[in-house]
Design a protein. Structure first.
Lengths: 648, 177, 156
């Protein structure tokens, strides 16, 4: 019953979406509001049906309905109920359902928010959103049906991929997809602007919050992905430059560029062409990301590939890219305005450089990701492009971006006078130089680390300078300290939210720098009672224990950790043996700290527990990455608050 | 080209990228050409599960088929084991040797595998992985066809079929004269 | 201006190349070799990082060969001889592979050139427009006040 119901819902929703997309477009073109309204109703219907499908799928998982192939492949009788729920989006078909549901939700919100305040653009926005939805529903109907029947119905399922049995699994795809799908909205508005010829600033003003929110969720998704990689995958790293990671990173890079360059358009009415191009690029990259994950075109640890679905995604990607670029070329004249710049030393300049660097980074990552394919196509030789390449080539670009992050917010619009430069940058530069000397004196020898940390201090100092000066100005006008500080944040929440987001990025940068420069690791085979020493810590191997745990068999080792001071605790890395998996899954144990993370991975062991091979890592500053994420969150919340009217 | 028509370059410029991605569909990521073909096979000495020494050099002059497998390699190794046994029995009198190298495995599971298919050709565990790395093995099963002069002439990734076995071995036997 | 930026970029790029491997280890030569090699059973992890059994065995082989007197380059070459170029996590800087190694530099260079060209054109245009329109006579005190207001405004 369930398979038919679900599949039916998908097909009806798909047809409704196609109808709605066409009706909205025709209604927009001809001005017939009746058509537009029926398109709205269709959108509501789609939302209802997709929600129903999602709930039906969840229900099937919760009740062990193995008559659905998707349920049987991704869960078994021993899977705990919370993982059964997250298994809904744990593999290919379900992930599409989640994506479609989010798109439908966003469409609903667009209807509620914009049906009255974006009169001319709205019908086309709706049409594009429903069009994209229609594609994903098509994928759900044809190449990747979540409600496909399995017959005969097996007694037990295969089980969830053990790597996905984790809290990160609950949140990472959700956040990431909220980000990806969120960029559909600015894209829809951009297409609407091109279609109607209303290529002024209205579409940018309307989508500002959408862009920040989508960008934020993408950032969150990337950070959670890093966290998940760090504490589950057993290699002690948070970013491997895996092709699918890159595919999520690229829209983040162009999205960041877009966030900044729209500010130039808002202020100076320039870069209209560039901005539309950027948002088209960003949306195309999100599609490229989902194409990579599902097509197997480039080998990746994330790829859950299957059959013809890759062809569907590539075709849609091609359609979107070619059609958008064609529209862009068509409206070229209206967009290519006469740009004007007062001086190269200005905020406009800084933002433009920011864009240059971000797009260069995007190009580098893209080219590196597809280069193995290119090499095979041209030379017939398979090559790999991995972390050593990406780390090396991206570092200069990111350092440049760090620098701009300090310069951009404070340098004046139009033309920065010498006075302006001195007032804003004198102290940050002094503090920066002093910090560099300090780091060197403290023993930091890695040039990159010194450079990175110095720039971080410089940028933080620029934020401090601005905040202190503005607070002082308000105090001079009679306000008390705390209300002055708070009032600034509230009154100018966009600016200070932006600052806070920058600070979050800074904290993350410190975390990345520290972990790359100062982490240490060591692998050793120890007998019971013997200890491994690393970075002042002693890890004594105290034996093994084995037990049954729900859906797997768990071998756990015990290590007593001491560090010379009174601290002592136990870490228990182990291996999980799942019947459905060919090789055991490493269960990492770790202890997080502000500076030091202790990280243990169990390797080989003797059956009787007399000896074990263990990889010990002391990772430094990694927690700063997660803390930076928190700061980023607070900054985003501040930045998207509704703006208070400035007093006359 | 006028400035007006330059703008149409944009959509056109996207085409090569899309074409490259489409090319990706034809690529098989597990099929990596081996640089060892036509090079001398690395010698090895292991102890077979029957307790005897198993050496590649001892079979110089014969056509040798070296098969890398593991008991956890499901279903491919299970599919090809009867194929290897069958062909081993057919060719053993004609100057062909089949050697099985078991990697990343436990002796108990391996013995169970050998008994399940009643394998009569020698199989040995590669405890340190040195032999598998010497042969550039990146997955199981992988099979190497070595000629009478000790050169690797072909590498097959994935389960071996009767057709593949016979084709390669017959070719090398014919060369031997 | 562009040349200056490019110079700054290169200055930073050079130390980026010369950096020691990210994670220092008690056995730095082992880490140096192992971090260049791709773990063959994982996707995209290095032999140094991967927790898999195959990677563990590969690390043991690397250790053995280094102890036997091979240089790090020789050990790396040994693996390339057995597996082919794809075992290297970053393509060798030779021949066709220069395409991917030069991509970032080229991208930044093109970006900076475009930036410089646009800036030139836009500041020129602004200058032309401003000089074409005669400035209205403004009282100097008023002008000074306007300038200060603009700066404060510009700071926001």
């Amino acid at each position: 019953m369930t398979p038919e119901l679900g599949h039916g819902a998908v097909i009806v929703a798909g047809l409704l979406a196609v109808y709605g997309a066409v009706a909205a477009a025709v209604g927009g073109r001809t001005g017939r509001t009746a058509l537009l309204e029926s398109a709205q109703h269709a959108a509501l219907g789609v939302f209802g049906l997709v929600t129903g499908a999602l709930l039906l799928l969840a229900y099937a998982f919760l009740t062990f309905d193995f008559s659905l192939r998707y349920v049987a492949t991704n869960t078994n009788l021993a899977t705990p109920y919370y993982y059964r729920i997250t298994a809904v989006w744990g593999a290919l078909e379900g992930s599409i359902v989640l994506w479609a549901w989010m798109l439908a939700l966003y469409t609903l919100i667009v209807i509620l928010r914009h049906r009255h305040n974006a009169r001319e653009l709205y019908p086309w926005v709706l049409s594009v959103m429903l069009g994209v939805l229609a594609f994903f529903l098509l994928v759900m109907a044809v190449p990747a049906p979540p409600f496909e029947r399995l017959s005969p119905v097996p007694a037990n399922g295969r089980g969830l991929n053990p790597l996905l049995e984790d809290s990160g699994m609950i949140t990472h795809p959700v956040a990431l997809y909220l980000g990806f799908t969120g960029f559909t909205v600015p894209f829809a508005f951009a297409i609407a602007a091109l279609a109607t010829g209303r290529v002024g600033d209205r579409w940018i003003t309307l989508t500002r919050r959408w862009t920040i929110v989508a960008w934020y969720f993408l950032s969150l998704g990337l950070l959670i992905g890093g966290w998940w990689s760090y504490h589950v995958l057993g290699w002690g790293g948070y970013w491997a430059w895996d092709p699918v990671e890159n595919a999520a990173f690229m829209p983040w890079l162009t999205g960041t560029a877009f966030l900044h360059s729209v500010m130039i358009q808002e202020r100076r009415r320039m870069l209209k062409l560039w901005n539309i191009g950027l948002v088209i690029l960003t949306f195309s990259l999100t599609l490229f990301g989902t194409f990579l994950t599902r097509s197997g075109v480039i080998a990746s640890v994330h790829a859950f590939t299957q059959g013809t679905i890759g062809a569907f995604f590539l075709a849609f990607l091609a359609l979107v890219v070619l059609a958008s670029l064609w529209l862009l070329a068509w409206r070229w004249e209206a967009l290519a305005a006469e740009g004007e710049l007062d001086s190269v030393i200005s905020r406009e300049s800084a933002f433009l450089l920011n864009n240059v660097l971000l797009i260069a980074a995007t190009f580098t990552v893209f080219f590196g990701t597809v280069f193995p394919l290119l090499s095979e196509a041209v030379r017939g030789v398979k090559v790999s492009v991995g972390a050593p390449f990406f780390n090396q080539v991206n570092v200069p670009v990111f350092l440049g971006l760090l620098f701009l992050m300090g310069v951009g917010p404070l340098i004046a619009w139009r033309r920065a006078s010498r006075d302006n430069l001195r007032r804003n940058f004198f102290w940050p530069v002094v503090v920066g130089v002093a910090a560099a000397a300090l780091f060197f004196a403290l023993g930091v020898r890695s040039t990159l680390a010194v450079l990175s940390l110095t720039l971080t201090v410089f940028v933080a100092a620029t934020v401090a300078v601005d905040y202190v000066r503005a607070t002082r100005a308000r105090r001079r006008m009679g306000e008390a300290l705390l209300p002055a500080m708070g009032g600034l944040l509230v009154r100018h929440n966009r600016r200070y939210g932006g600052f806070a987001i920058h600070l979050g990025i800074l904290v993350i940068a410190v975390g990345v720098t520290g972990s790359q420069a100062w982490s240490v690791q060591r692998e050793a085979t120890v007998q019971r009672g013997e200890a491994v020493e690393l970075a002042g810590y002693r890890f004594r191997f105290d034996g093994l224990a084995a037990r049954e745990a729900g859906n797997h068999f768990f071998v756990e080792s015990t290590f007593k950790v001491t560090n010379g001071r009174a601290v002592a605790y136990e870490l228990r890395p182990g291996k999980k043996f799942y019947p459905q998996e060919q090789s055991p899954i490493a269960h990492v144990d770790y202890r997080l700290g502000f500076i030091d993370d202790l990280y243990l991975v169990l390797g080989d062991f003797a059956r009787d527990g007399s000896q074990a091979t263990v990889k010990v890592q002391v990772n430094r500053m990694v927690s700063w990455i997660w803390i930076g994420g928190l700061v980023l969150t607070l900054g985003t919340v501040l930045a998207v608050l509704p703006e208070r009217k400035k007093p006359a | 080209m006028t400035r007006r028509s330059l703008r149409w370059l944009l959509p056109v410029a996207a085409l090569p990228v899309l074409a490259l991605l489409a090319y990706g569909f034809r690529v098989n990521h597990r099929d990596i050409p081996s640089p060892l073909v036509d090079r001398p096979a690395a010698p090895f000495v292991l102890t077979s599960y029957a307790g005897e020494p198993m050496s590649l050099e001892a079979h110089r002059g014969r056509v040798v088929v070296v098969n890398f497998w593991a008991s956890w390699c499901v279903p491919a190794c299970y599919d090809e084991a009867p194929v290897l046994e069958r062909n081993w029995r057919a060719y053993r009198e004609r100057g062909v040797m089949v050697l099985g190298v078991d990697i990343q495995d436990t002796p108990e599971a391996a013995r169970k595998f050998i008994d399940q298919f009643s394998l009569t050709f020698p199989n040995a565990l590669d405890p340190t992985g040195k032999v598998s790395i010497d042969y550039g093995v990146y997955g199981v099963p992988e099979t190497f066809f070595i000629d009478a002069r000790g050169r690797i002439r072909a590498k097959h990734v994935g389960a071996v079929t009767d057709a593949i076995f016979r084709r390669e071995v017959d070719r090398l036997l014919a060369e031997r004269g | 201006m562009t040349r200056l930026l490019l110079l700054v970029f290169l200055v930073v790029a050079v130390p980026a190349r010369a950096q020691p491997p990210a994670t220092n280890v008690e056995d730095p030569r082992l880490y140096e070799v192992a971090s260049q090699l791709r773990c063959v059973v994982c996707q995209n992890l290095s032999v140094a990082d991967s927790p898999s059994e195959m990677a563990q065995q590969m690390r043991a082989i690397v250790r053995e060969r280094l102890a036997a007197g091979d240089s790090p380059e020789q050990v790396v070459q040994y693996f390339v001889d057995k597996y082919g170029e794809w075992i290297l996590l970053a393509p060798r800087r030779q021949g066709f592979n220069w395409l991917v190694w030069s991509a970032p530099l080229v991208a930044v260079a093109i970006g900076l050139v475009v930036f410089a060209v646009c800036v030139r054109r836009w500041t020129g245009r602004r200058r032309a427009r401003v000089t074409a329109a005669p400035a209205a006579a403004i009282d100097p005190a008023m002008r000074e006040r306007i300038r200060r207001e603009l700066e404060l405004e510009g700071d926001r």
